[in-house]
Design a protein around this ligand. Structure first.
Ligand code: NCD
Length: 309
């Protein structure tokens, strides 16, 4: 049943498996209903405010489309540079003020790890974390698992490779937390040593998931059901020379993939930079654009579950 009513969504660890399975089925229902009717009325007279204080394309748009498709109203905070934050207003004051306008739901992206939790303490409206710095991106994890569930028809027993910038990326941590709620999952963390997954992530999943770190995708690719690629998180490097040094240290190309008889499905939260070549797009295993599309349905399922009993 719906356990999300009126709740904040701060970490992917907040979801149990029953809740995620429930959301996948809700997303399927909404998808079918939208094929018949372009706009539904589950969230009529409800207002969602999107406060994105870091760049975003897919997450912001798919939240806005999701709420619009549910018949709700969307207000966007706009660019940080155009708001009073540019005049020195504190994060706390901004959130208090936004909440004072009585939105029914606040979707927040901010560069500071822990910012969504802080906002949830201040605001009376439910807060959804749409990315807090390098820390977490729980709704991306939902759409990632929803894509695996649709493509592979199961999540239990899946062998997943997560490749790229696992140190500064927030999607690898949230995906690890969410998938750890399923049984017999194996994760290969594929990255140069400098970019390997953060200790705290491993500590949180350790007893539930079998995991291993490797440096090169070739070592494990034929064992994988899913290969999840992520970009180097340029904006989070404090030392630009470290970024330059690691740039190009991993790259999935068609020539590399052609060497293998069996390929996993290939996912990526996007945007890609140069870690995933565009020629890979033509393979039947390339699922990243489907994955992005799935974001609207799973976010609609989430918003509906938070706003309606
Ligand atoms: C991701 C993010 O913002 O963390 N993008 C997204 O939400 N689709 C991944 C990234 O920026 O690399």
């Amino acid at each position: 049943m719906n356990s999300l009513y009126n709740r904040d969504v701060i970490s992917a660890l907040d979801f149990d498996r029953k809740t995620m399975d429930y959301l996948f089925h809700e997303a399927e229902k909404i998808r079918q209903e939208l094929e018949v009717k372009g706009i539904l009325d589950y969230c009529r007279n409800k207002i969602m405010v999107t406060v994105f204080l870091e760049p975003s394309t897919r997450t912001r748009l798919s939240f806005q489309f999701a709420m619009t498709r549910l018949g709700g109203i969307v207000v966007d905070f706009g660019l940080e540079q155009a708001a009073s934050i540019a005049k020195g207003e504190s994060f706390e004051d901004t959130i208090r003020m936004v909440d004072g306008y009585k939105p029914n739901i606040i979707v927040l992206r901010h560069r500071e790890p822990g910012s969504s939790r802080k906002a949830a303490e201040i605001a009376s409206a439910p807060v959804i974390n749409a990315g807090d710095g390098w820390n977490e991106h729980p709704t991306q994890a939902l759409l990632d698992l929803y894509t695996i569930w649709r493509e592979i028809k199961k999540i239990d027993g899946v062998t997943l490779g997560i490749m790229g910038d696992l140190k500064y990326g927030r999607t690898p941590s949230s995906l690890s937390y969410a998938i750890s709620k399923y049984d017999d999952v194996k994760i290969y963390y594929i990255a140069p040593k400098e970019l390997q997954i953060r200790r705290e992530v491993l500590e949180k999943i350790d007893r539930r998931v079998e995991w291993r770190m490797v440096e090169r995708v070739e070592e494990v690719i034929e064992e994988l059901d899913v290969l999840y690629v992520t970009r180097l998180q340029k904006e989070r490097f404090s030392d630009p020379s470290e970024y330059e040094r690691l740039k190009g240290s991993y790259n999935l190309t068609i020539n590399l993939l052609k060497k293998f008889k069996k390929l996993p499905i290939i996912m990526h939260p996007l945007p890609r930079v140069d870690e995933l070549s565009p020629e890979v797009d033509s393979l039947p295993q390339a699922k990243y654009f489907t994955q992005a599309e799935n974001g609207v349905y799973i976010r609609a399922a989430l918003i509906k579950s938070i706003l309606t009993e």
